[in-house]
Design a protein around this ligand. Structure first.
Ligand code: HEM
Length: 481
């Protein structure tokens, strides 16, 4: 991909990708990023890339989830708006998960496998937002979700090497691990879903079971929003407990890996930077928390500019999306790029990203991890209009998308979960820095490539120790047990 960028930066090239998510793409020049971004999903579709790339037809057993992916809408309409309300619970789960994974020993350092521990913490916190307590603490449920997300790309890979007419037969064998984890996950969640549906349909029976109307309170989590959405649709298939549980499983699939890979990279970047960088970040977290009365609120997280810059810089440098804006042409008449390259319907295209983030004309010293790069760039935004200043600065935050930063894609089909991810990961990073010492490592463990996926070393160890004399955060209140 770097070679394609160096030699054919301004031309469309054909990029055959092997491995998970592999298809043949027409890699468009970076100058086409805006044009691709601007296309509606009726012309260039991301969804088609996901459905085809992950072979959902075989890897997801409930067809309703593929034909009616209504849960993704709820991310934008509800999850993003609820981040502030979810923060107290998210903080509580994050704190407890860190203690479980990184320990509370203030005397000696211990080795932790960074990838595993980040996966476990992200999974617990995210599932707090998806299914609430006590399920987000159920390791069997969380492991089934993680197992499904790990099994699916391998089933897809085996199927993609299978002759198409044989796929229906081969899938019976190749998707066995997916089916296993899917079944485990859904079976554990179905009783809760049945219970919630029962309570909604029979509000008086919950009251006669000795509860007062105050006790039968509505849950505020993704599952509850899915149930509401299903009931409002009037389609009985949407209310099937298995389908509702499948939606939560697919939410785990799209969110846990991306978020844990991102935060693993951040931790590795920081642990291989300098003690001064860590101290500067801690000072910011302490100062902001002081100003906000010790509360991990949305406002407090927004104020942590340096922390935000670290997340964006790490996501830039270790970009998970080596090629950005992967799309399938779905318009019958095809799609024609500005310079006149015509892509017939059914073709896949993408734009350069790896080349862009390593291009010195785009980023100064592009190969260096500069934790406060975006703090500097944000402060340099200098327009006469103070309101415009604010908007332009916001364009350089972790979750803000742009042509030179495709960590979350760009445009109308950009990642809908990025605001939730930003809140969750900032919280994790702030907490890790405040409550733990990280031993500096040199050099940073090398990443691995699987197809177009770049992943940090899965067995890299971080040496961590609980810091002494740090007061417990105020959010760990008893009512969040
Ligand atoms: C740091 C974590 C994350 C990263 C780096 C990430 C990255 C991405 C990227 C690159 C895309 C493709 C966008 C495009 O091509 O324009 C995407 C799509 C998507 N993301 Fe994320 N994501 C993250 C977290 C999440 C979370 C937490 C959720 C859910 C709460 C989520 C839900 C989705 C969904 C549903 C899509 C597909 C949208 C569609 O079907 O149209 N992501 N994400």
């Amino acid at each position: 991909m770097l070679e394609a960028y160096a030699k054919h930066k301004d031309q469309a090239v054909i990029l055959p990708i092997a491995g998970p998510g592999g298809q043949i793409f027409v890699l468009l020049p970076a100058s086409e990023t805006k044009s691709v971004t601007d296309q509606p999903k009726t012309v260039l579709s991301l969804r088609e890339v996901i459905v085809q790339g992950l072979l959902y037809e075989y890897t997801v057993s409930d067809n309703m989830l593929v034909s009616h992916p209504t849960h993704t809408k709820l991310i934008t309409t509800t999850l993003t708006n609820q981040v502030g309300n979810l923060l107290p619970g998210l903080s509580n789960e994050t704190i407890r998960a860190f203690e479980e994974q990184w320990g509370t020993d203030t005397e000696s350092f211990r080795d932790v496998t960074i990838w595993d521990s980040m996966g476990a913490i992200v999974s617990r916190a995210t599932n707090y937002a998806f299914v609430g307590l006590p399920y987000c603490r159920d390791s069997a449920l969380l492991n089934a979700g993680l197992g499904f997300a790990r099994a699916l790309p391998f089933s897809q890979l085996l199927l993609s090497f299978t002759w198409k007419p044989l796929r229906p037969l081969a899938s019976l064998l190749f998707t066995l691990p997916c089916r296993y984890y899917e079944r485990r996950f859904t079976q554990m969640l179905i009783p809760e879903i049945e219970n919630r549906l029962h309570n909604i349909e029979n509000p008086t029976s919950s009251l006669s079971a000795g509860k007062t109307s105050g006790e039968v309170e509505k849950k505020n989590d993704f599952l509850e929003w899915c149930i509401e959405q299903a009931r409002e649709s009037g389609d009985p298939r949407m209310c099937r407990p298995r389908t509702l549980a499948g939606r939560i499983l697919l939410m785990n699939l799209v969110s846990i890996h991306t978020s844990s890979l991102t935060i693993t990279n951040v931790m590795l970047d920081l642990a291989s930077s300098t003690p001064e960088v860590l101290e500067e970040l801690r000072a910011e977290v302490e100062q902001v928390l002081d100003q906000c009365g010790g509360q991990w609120t949305k406002l407090a997280l927004n104020e942590m500019e340096k922390l935000d810059s670290v997340l964006r810089e790490s996501a830039r440098l270790n970009t998970l999306v080596a090629v950005g804006l992967r799309r399938r042409v779905v318009a019958k008449e095809g799609f024609t790029t500005t310079p006149g390259v015509h892509l017939p319907c059914g073709n896949f295209c993408a734009v350069h990203n790896l080349g862009v983030v390593h291009d010195p004309d785009v980023y100064e010293q592009p190969d260096t991890f500069k934790p406060f790069r975006f703090v500097g760039l944000r402060r340099d935004v200098n327009s006469d209009d103070p309101n415009k200043d604010h908007v332009d600065r916001a364009r350089l935050t972790f979750a803000a998308t742009g042509s030179d930063y495709l960590a979350f894609g760009n445009g109308r089909q950009a990642c809908p979960g990025r605001f939730f991810a930003a809140g969750e990961l900032k919280l994790m990073l702030a907490y890790a820095l405040m409550y733990y010492d990280l031993e500096i490592m040199d050099p940073r463990p090398r990443d691995r490539w699987i197809g177009i996926l770049r992943i940090p070393s899965s067995n890299a160890k971080l040496r961590v120790r609980r810091r002494k004399g740090i007061i417990e955060p105020s959010l760990r209140s008893d009512n969040l047990v």
